[in-house]
Structures are given as structure tokens and as C-alpha cells.
Design a protein around this ligand. Structure first.
Ligand SMILES: *Cc1c(COP(=O)(O)O)cnc(C)c1O
Length: 384
């Protein structure tokens, strides 16, 4: 038994699987570079070790949502290009410029702030102009593009910024044939062509997330931004299973069975008594709950592998624990309850949990809480 076996719960992160997934995605992306999207603590997998492993496997860019996440990667000593895209007034623009981070600009307010920070820092900012080609979230509307491009070009001529990228994001890349895909591609091409006509010489033009990397080659351009697929999860079950794409799930979530006991028939289980034993039986207590990111919505539904058999959660998921009905089996206390993993040892997948909780597998892995230690397997010496 290794020391991690005694933990209440752990999320094992298989960095070899992550490296292999990055290689598969690079091959899919053809000549395009790969940005490893490690926002939100690498979708719950641990940002720094995952970023390192991705760079080792050939990713050349790291992507985060917030500037704080990007700065944390630099603080951990990570090289390569780093880009972040979710800014609010006040920055930290100057810190990002000084840490050599590419920053996304969706509007004039952001351009004004980054120009001011670059002037103060005495360094040009690397900016990437984001186009809203149809997602309707962040990004510059086509009607406002000429004004943003003109202002960014003026700043570039003045030496305060360098426009390194032109980019956008898909709304429905996980729904093959959705009419918005072709529409967004056409708008992106137009907006890129306009900016280039105005003198922008981007190093990278990029649009593809995981589903587009896997299924829309004409969206690859110079760089693909992969998140979920790198963690070995299919962007949507309709597109295929991870195995269909040669991907392997990276996270395995395990808890140590905390109690096994015999109870009579007719015994109510957990808050609200939404489950009642139908006969004398054995129960297993699994010591993780919604505080650990286990969705309460999966109460009574989600599968768990205990004692080599797939069980269902009996009754409600509580803050710190839930119960499974072992139907008379005598499982040893301290044995593994596997909530999800790659699936080749009979355990459920994150996708199974997503179905049970009426959500997507992205949310299942990303929500696993800070109270669950991440145990990184197959780190190279430089990583541990
Ligand atoms: C999260 C994110 C991605 C990665 O999406 P996946 O579907 O996980 O590959 C790419 N680009 C942007 C802008 C994102 O916010």
C-alpha cells in the first residue's frame, strides 16, 4: 500500500495519459500549433503539473481565462507562450505585460487600459483581438470591429502594443452540422481579412476548441485551443467516446470506504429518506459529498464501483458523504470506491456521472473541490 491509499479521497491525475492525449490532438491539428487550455486549475486536474506535461508533449501555448491564472503559471516557472482572455477593468495589465503574457482585447476600454499599462511599463503589450463571430459572449461585434482594429493599429504604430493574434470562439462546435459553425467560420474569415487589410500581421489566427479540433479541420487555422479533450473527455457524447478519438481520461476519482454495516429491511437512508432498504442488507459509506464537488443532483442515480461491482448512490448526496447499498456484500472498510476513471477496470466514467446529474462531463471534473488532493502520477522529476 502506498501512502496515498490511506487518504479519505483522492483524484489521481495520469500525466502520461495527458501527454498521449496532447500528441493525439497535435496529430489531429495538422500543422497548427496547440494551446493547452489549463484554466480553472486545468479543469480540476491541477494547472501547473498539467501545463508542464502538455508542454513536454508538444503544446507551445498555454491558455487561461483569468490573468491571475496566467500569472500563476509564470510564477511556477512555466515558459512557452501564455494567453488569457477574461479581463475586467483594472487589470492586472501591467503584471501581465511584464510576465510576457499575451492578453485578449475585446473592446476599446480594454485597449485603452492595456496601452496605459504598456506605457507605464515601458514595454510593448502583446495583444490578441477577439472577434465575436456569433457566440454572443465576449469579443468585438462585427459592427465595432473597424473602430477596434483602427485603434489597435494606431497603438501598434506608436509602439505600445504588438497585435499577435486574431481569434474567436465557437458556440456549437460540438453539434456537427449546426448552421452556426459555417456562419461563424465565414464571419471569422471576413473579420481576419479586414484586419489584415488594415495592416495587422498576426502570428496566430485561431478559432478551434476541442470539438472543432476533433471534427472541423477547416477551423484549425494556425493554432487550436484544446481543453476537455486533453483531459481525455469527449466534448459531447454525440461526437463519440474518448476511445473513438484515441483519447484516455486523465482523472480517476477514488474514495476510501469509511464504514460497512448491516441494516434491517425498511431502513431509511440519508437526509429525507429518499431511499429505503427493501430487505436486510449491507451499506457502504463513501466519504465525499457536495462540498467535494459531488453533484447533489446525482442523488439516487450516479454509479460507483465498490468491491468490484457497480452500485448506485442510495438516497441523497450530503455535504461530506453518501451511501451505497451493497445488497448484502461484505466489502472491506477502507477498500476503494471508484466514482469515475478511464473505464478499463469496470469503473464508471465522468460522462456517466454527467448523465446522472443532467450536466456535461466538463462540469463533473472541474467542480471536484479543493478538499480532494490531486495525486499526479508519472510526473517527470522536473515536475514533482
Ligand atoms: C475553455 C475554452 C477553450 C477550451 O474549450 P474545450 O471545449 O474544453 O476544448 C477554448 N477557448 C476558449 C476561449 C475557452 O474559454
Amino acid at each position: 500500500m502506498n501512502e496515498t491509499a490511506s487518504l479519505r479521497a483522492r483524484a489521481e491525475i495520469d500525466l502520461d495519459a495527458l501527454r498521449a492525449n496532447v500528441r493525439v490532438l497535435r496529430a489531429r491539428a495538422g500543422g497548427a500549433q496547440l494551446m493547452a487550455v489549463v484554466k480553472s486549475d486545468a479543469y480540476g486536474h491541477g494547472a501547473v503539473p498539467c501545463a508542464r506535461a502538455a508542454l513536454e508533449a508538444g503544446a507551445t501555448w498555454l491558455g487561461t481565462a483569468t490573468p491571475q491564472e496566467a500569472l500563476a503559471l509564470r510564477a511556477a516557472g512555466l515558459g512557452g507562450r501564455v494567453m488569457c482572455w477574461l479581463w475586467t477593468p483594472g487589470g492586472p495589465w501591467r503584471e501581465a505585460i511584464e510576465a510576457d503574457i499575451d492578453v485578449s482585447v475585446s473592446g476599446l476600454w480594454a485597449l485603452d487600459e492595456v496601452v496605459a499599462a504598456a506605457t507605464e511599463a515601458g514595454l510593448p503589450a502583446r495583444i490578441q483581438l477577439k472577434a465575436d463571430t456569433g457566440l454572443g459572449r465576449n469579443g468585438c461585434q462585427p459592427a465595432d470591429w473597424a473602430e477596434l482594429v483602427a485603434a489597435a493599429r494606431a497603438a501598434e504604430r506608436a509602439g505600445t502594443v504588438r497585435i499577435t493574434g486574431l481569434w474567436s470562439h465557437f458556440a456549437c462546435a460540438d453539434e456537427p452540422g449546426h448552421p452556426s459553425i459555417a456562419a461563424q467560420l465565414a464571419v471569422f474569415r471576413d473579420m481576419v481579412a479586414y484586419a489584415e487589410k488594415e495592416g495587422v500581421e498576426p502570428e496566430v489566427r485561431h478559432l478551434a476548441n476541442s470539438p472543432a479540433t476533433l471534427t472541423i479541420p477547416e477551423a484549425h487555422f494556425d493554432l487550436v485551443r484544446t481543453g476537455i479533450a486533453m483531459y481525455g473527455i469527449s466534448p459531447s457524447p454525440e461526437l463519440g467516446t474518448p476511445a473513438d478519438f484515441g483519447l484516455r481520461p486523465v482523472m480517476r476519482l477514488v474514495a476510501s470506504v469509511a464504514l460497512v454495516k448491516r441494516v434491517p429491511a425498511g431502513h431509511g437512508i440519508s437526509y429525507g429518506h429518499h431511499y429505503t432498504t427493501s430487505a436486510e442488507t449491507t451499506l457502504g459509506l463513501v466519504p465525499v459529498g457536495y462540498a467535494d464537488g459531488i453533484p447533489r443532483h446525482a442523488s439516487g442515480r450516479a454509479p460507483v464501483l465498490v468491491g468490484g461491482v457497480t452500485r448506485r448512490i442510495a438516497g441523497r448526496v450530503a455535504m461530506d458523504q453518501f451511501v451505497v447499498d451493497l445488497h448484502g456484500d461484505e466489502v472491506e472498510v477502507g477498500s476503494e470506491a471508484v466514482l469515475f476513471g478511464p473505464g478499463d477496470r469496470g469503473e464508471p466514467s465522468a460522462e456517466d456521472w454527467a448523465r446522472a446529474a443532467d450536466t456535461i462531463a466538463y462540469e463533473i471534473v472541474t467542480r471536484i473541490g479543493a478538499r480532494v488532493p490531486r495525486v499526479h502520477l508519472h510526473a517527470t522529476p522536473a515536475e514533482s
